[in-house]
Write a protein that binds this ligand. Structure first.
Ligand SMILES: Nc1ncnc2c1ncn2[C@@H]1O[C@H](COP(=O)(O)OP(=O)(O)O)[C@@H](O)[C@H]1O
Ligand SMILES: [Mg+2]
Length: 173
């Protein structure tokens, strides 16, 4: 069983995956060095070979047990369950500022989160089995417990996509 753990950068995927590592096998998409093509200076990120990653994720299907694929494009590949971590844009901005991201990169990610971009993409690609966990004001340990609930099939109704931060966009103008 493959679980995609996705979300806008800064929503806490890596922090949560590190906790979940006690219970599940974790595959970090960032660790596939061969998937990194050239560095895009302007966007401050790598251009990634999506076909290569797609094949690597497909290979994981042969393995036993529950495997979490972590990364902000994990929802673009094969997955039985897709979990999108969410964060209120105002808190996300603070997290990304702390991380030292450039102003443009912060703006881009905060806007994407305000528009629920990753959830929309995940629903477009998978249609079902998409769930959301709000991380705003929550300790990563609490978030990890909620992710475990979804993986283990408990309370899934509670996590159906319904998070909407779009009203904050109005406060920006
Ligand atoms: N639930 C949370 N509450 C507050 N801060 C968090 C939470 N989860 C992660 N963070 C912080 O936010 C930043 C980004 O977290 P990280 O796990 O690296 O996000 P991602 O892997 O999704 O980009 C880190 O500084 C981390 O310590
Ligand atoms: Mg990360």
């Amino acid at each position: 069983m493959i679980i995609a753990l996705t979300g806008t950068p800064g929503t806490g995927k890596t922090a949560v995956a590190k906790i979940l590592n006690e219970k599940y096998e974790i595959v970090y998409l960032k660790d596939f060095e061969k998937a990194k093509k050239e560095y895009d200076e302007e966007r401050d990120s790598y251009i990634v070979d999506m076909d290569y990653l797609k094949k690597e994720v497909e290979k994981l299907r042969k393995k036993e047990g529950k495997i979490i694929v972590e990364g902000h494009y994990a929802h673009e590949f094969y997955a039985d369950v897709i979990i999108v971590l969410r964060c209120h844009p105002d808190e996300l901005r603070k997290r990304l500022e702390k991380r030292g991201y450039r102003k443009e990169k912060i703006g881009e990610n905060v806007e994407a989160e305000a528009m629920s971009l990753i959830t929309s993409e995940a629903i477009n690609i998978h249609n079902k089995n998409v769930y959301e966990v709000d991380t705003t004001g929550k300790d990563p340990k609490v978030v990890a417990e909620e992710v475990i609930d979804i993986i283990e099939g408990r309370n899934r109704e509670k996590y159906k996509p319904r998070i909407n931060y779009s009203e904050v966009i109005l406060s920006w103008y």
